[in-house]
Design a protein around this ligand. Structure first.
Ligand SMILES: NC(=O)C1=CN([C@@H]2O[C@H](COP(=O)(O)OP(=O)(O)OC[C@H]3O[C@@H](n4cnc5c(N)ncnc54)[C@H](O)[C@@H]3O)[C@@H](O)[C@H]2O)C=CC1
Ligand SMILES: O=C(O)C(=O)COP(=O)(O)O
Length: 472
């Protein structure tokens, strides 16, 4: 997305002031020196007058971005195309290295491995926004981020189809014991068997979590002649002939194949454990491509050894490694050897969303959301801040600015903000809240360069302030 046009007047720059304190008068953390130099740099590099090619609302070269976990080229191209400084790493980082790197950046892009905990985020004094180039956002402390004015974006469904297709492959593979037969052939053994190998036609698929992935899977499974039942905490419209069941237990009792598509939450931890395996049909199958915490793996091992569960496919695990290489060797998980020794179990390294199509689409979607947020302050699609959008800033008219004020959702803030903006013409103003956090955007005209600092300082002085940005 193009950044707004440069304005033909003495240069102004983007200004951001990022508070980690409830009251700016008594900050818990002083703004780091690098933040000051970012602002100074913006002023210093900005030419006094615009030329036709200068399309940025501020000096985008000052924005530092760290991309981890091999974010797709499509996303990298969009971000570098904006002129931001982009550092790209193929892997995630150990916590100590992450803390060192995150101190310096305005934007971080991650996938499912990088844990952005409060401990890590509290070091991120310049951070404006986090891009999760994946669906799940459980790896980020969303609440901490919101309380500190850090927006989080993800790609809510660009890899849903890829996960659904993987699960279809696994249903058939488990029913036909394909993993075992292939392994035997690789080892030189011809083992032609039909006992306990089944067609999937006419069997019942139980989908736990009927969201983007679950509902997509439902359509594909019905096309293969399966009956579909699903359980979800929400009442959701069935697609095709699928049928919602009122409890997880009911689903477990009916399904030949149980597949999990819930997010990682405290409620979904060990959602499938000893009691749930006991409820499942004899000889049924379990598939988990959601999060490693959702299945109690030692309980699965027991259920498979007893023959209760005839096969399983696991794409996700507790303690997934930061990079490709050894996992089970020296694994922290005591069950690793037992799991590897089971028959008819498909183990994959979290590849549900790993297709060219999904990764390209995610790269574009998340990078565009980041650009919209950095350049325009638009929070559309944010998972932790109120979603506020206004027309793209073109700034063709002189003396125009966009004020963004992220604040605690307490009474009386709008009045105070409007007192500060009252000197100027407010063209448009939008404010929305989500829980304790509110997000206000105002486009004002009739502002001079010297007004900007005054507006920002006055907003910063309000006790409700979390973060102030002025784009112009
Ligand atoms: N293996 C992989 O590579 C991938 C894994 N995932 C995982 O799959 C999960 C699901 O993805 P989507 O379908 O896109 O999410 P979604 O948000 O569209 O759907 C999740 C559904 O689970 C339901 N749910 C939440 N808690 C529940 C509970 N305790 N019991 C029953 N239902 C519950 C929700 O109401 C919702 O309908 C993601 O959160 C992510 O963790 C996502 C993409 C790729
Ligand atoms: O999109 C998700 O939530 C996934 O689990 C996929 O994660 P990944 O991008 O492969 O690290």
């Amino acid at each position: 997305m193009a950044a707004p046009r440069e304005i033909s007047r003495p240069a102004l720059s983007e200004a951001v002031s990022h508070s980690l304190s409830a009251s700016p008068a008594a900050p818990l953390h002083s703004p780091p020196a690098s933040q000051g130099s970012f602002l100074a740099g913006s002023f210093a590099h900005r030419p006094a007058t615009a030329t036709a090619k200068q399309l940025k609302p501020f000096n985008t070269g000052d924005i530092k971005i760290l991309l981890l976990e091999n974010v797709n080229q499509t996303g990298r191209d969009i971000l570098t195309g904006q002129g931001y400084q982009v550092e790209f790493l193929k892997t995630s980082l150990p916590e100590d290295e992450l803390i060192e790197k995150i101190k310096d950046v305005h934007v971080i892009g991650i996938r499912s491995k990088t844990k952005l905990t409060a401990k890590v985020l509290q070091e991120a004094k310049n951070l404006l926004v986090i891009g999760c180039f994946c669906i799940g956002t459980n790896q980020v402390d969303l609440e901490y981020a919101a309380r500190h004015g850090i927006a989080v974006f993800n790609s809510p469904f660009a890899n849903s189809r890829s996960v659904a297709e993987l699960v279809i492959a696994e249903i058939i593979s488990l029913a036909r014991q394909l993993g075992d037969r292939s392994l035997e052939m690789h080892r030189g053994t011809w083992n032609k068997v039909s006992a306990k190998c089944w067609e999937v036609r006419g069997k019942t698929l139980g989908i736990v979590g009927y969201g983007h992935i679950g509902s997509q899977l439902s359509v594909l499974a019905e096309a293969m002649g399966m009956s579909v039942v699903y359980y979800d905490v929400l009442t959701l419209m069935a697609i095709g002939s699928a049928r919602q069941v009122p409890t997880l237990d009911k689903l477990l009792e009916e399904a030949d194949f149980v597949t999990l598509h819930v997010p990682e939450t405290p409620e979904t931890k060990n959602l499938i454990s000893t009691e749930q395996f006991a409820r499942m049909k004899n000889g049924s199958y379990l598939i988990n491509a959601s999060r490693g915490t959702v299945v109690d793996i030692p309980a699965l091992i027991k259920a498979m050894r007893s023959g209760k569960i005839a096969g399983a496919a696991l794409d996700v695990f507790p303690n997934e490694p930061a990079a490709n290489g050894d996992y089970f060797v020296n694994s922290l998980n005591s069950w690793a050897e037992d799991l590897r020794g089971l028959n008819n179990i498909i183990l994959t390294p979290h590849i549900g969303g790993s297709t060219e199509e999904a990764q390209r689409a995610i790269g574009v979607e998340v990078a565009e959301a980041l650009v919209r947020y950095i350049n325009q302050g638009i929070t559309l699609g944010s998972v932790n801040l109120p979603e506020v959008t206004m027309r793209s800033l073109t700034l063709e008219e002189p003396n125009h600015a966009r004020v963004i004020y992220i604040h605690r959702n307490v009474p009386g803030v709008l009045r105070k903000v409007n007192e500060i903006l009252a000197e100027h013409n407010v063209d448009k103003q939008i404010s929305d809240s989500k829980g304790d956090i509110a997000y206000l955007m105002a486009d004002i005209s009739d502002v001079k360069t010297e007004d900007i600092k005054e507006i920002r300082d006055s907003l910063d002085a309000l006790s409700s302030r979390i973060m102030t940005r002025v784009l112009y």
